[in-house]
Design a protein around this ligand. Structure first.
Ligand SMILES: [Zn+2]
Length: 314
């Protein structure tokens, strides 16, 4: 069974400390190093550019560019085993022997309020963008902002330009108001790493109305392995708790809209027995105990693949 992962933070981790986090090092400290992904048969990994809040505003663009450079120098160009997926035809080349890599941005902070920068990142291969991380930026409010603001004027212009270019919108981390503002747009939408609020009450999870709206829009929900989104208290999170979120999305009609977004390398704490992709078989075995293999394959691969086949440029 091959896997598609909607979110990892390999690029920001490499940027923070490259010498410790080499993607192709067999002993790499990365949760999502090449060898671990390969062993788990991950055939498509989404790599997010993420600029930490601690980076001063004036340096955010430069840091994002450095992460894009790491993506090409350290992941795409260094070896033949991983290829850039920025079109439908590149997507079709993904296999267990040849992993694809999609470049995305988690938060529009690095665009520094300029549409030109969005267009340049699109030319650099970025095909998916989340407007915010947890806090407010030039485009919108993130989910941790108590005022729950929606999109700014720039955020609305950004959406229009994303529609024109054909960039997929990621709603994980976005404020609730922002979510309902973008759900009405023509953009393809996914939540790359969010779970169900009614199963685990955490701000970053989606309520049932949001889940139904994503399903109605033919979008995707990437069930994530962040312990505090999976179970409260988070130290008790197990692989079985992940199944409760899957079951819930299915109960709302989302069987064909489920996938996974691990958030590996973006989290310090892990679910016991699911610390990286080498341990994904624990999840696979748990799923196969409850669901037919054809259904598990949809969540591991098919749903995400079909989504990108529909929405990536030709
Ligand atoms: Zn995140």
């Amino acid at each position: 069974m091959q896997w598609l992962d909607e979110h990892c933070d390999v690029l920001s981790k490499m940027w923070e400390n490259l010498s410790e986090h080499l993607f192709y090092d067999a002993n790499s400290k990365l949760d999502s190093s090449y060898h671990k992904l390969r062993e788990a048969a991950v055939a498509l990994q989404v790599f997010a550019i993420w600029v930490p809040e601690s980076v001063p505003r004036a340096e955010r663009l430069s840091v994002a560019l450095k992460q894009a450079d790491l993506f090409y120098e350290q992941i795409i160009q260094q070896r033949k085993q991983v290829h850039l997926v920025d079109t439908k035809s590149q997507l079709k080349k993904c296999s267990q022997n040849r992993m694809g890599a999609i470049l995305t941005m988690e938060g529009a902070d690095a665009l520094q309020g300029e549409l030109e920068n969005l267009r340049l990142f699109f030319r650099l291969g970025v095909r998916q963008l989340g407007l915010t991380w947890n806090y407010a930026n030039e485009a919108a409010d993130g989910i941790e902002e108590d005022r729950n603001g929606g999109l700014t004027l720039f955020g609305k212009k950004l959406i229009a330009e994303m529609e024109r270019l054909g960039i997929i919108l990621d709603v994980s981390h976005l404020s609730v108001r922002g979510f309902w503002e973008v759900i009405g747009t023509n953009l393809p939408i996914l939540a790359s790493h969010s779970n169900c609020l009614s199963i685990t009450p955490h701000k970053r999870n989606l309520d049932d109305e949001q889940i139904r709206a994503i399903i109605n829009k033919q979008g995707l929900i990437g069930i994530t392995f962040v312990p505090s989104f999976v179970c409260q208290p988070s130290h008790k999170a197990t692989v079985d708790h992940i199944l409760r979120h899957i079951e819930h999305v299915c109960s709302l009609g989302g069987e064909n809209h489920l996938c996974f977004g691990s958030d590996f390398d973006g989290i310090e704490n892990k679910i016991k027995n699911l610390r990286n992709y080498k341990e994904i078989y624990h999840l696979k075995n748990a799923l196969l105990q409850h669901y037919p293999e054809s259904m598990v394959k949809k969540w591991a691969w098919d749903n995400g693949f079909e989504f990108y086949l529909k929405h990536l440029p030709s």
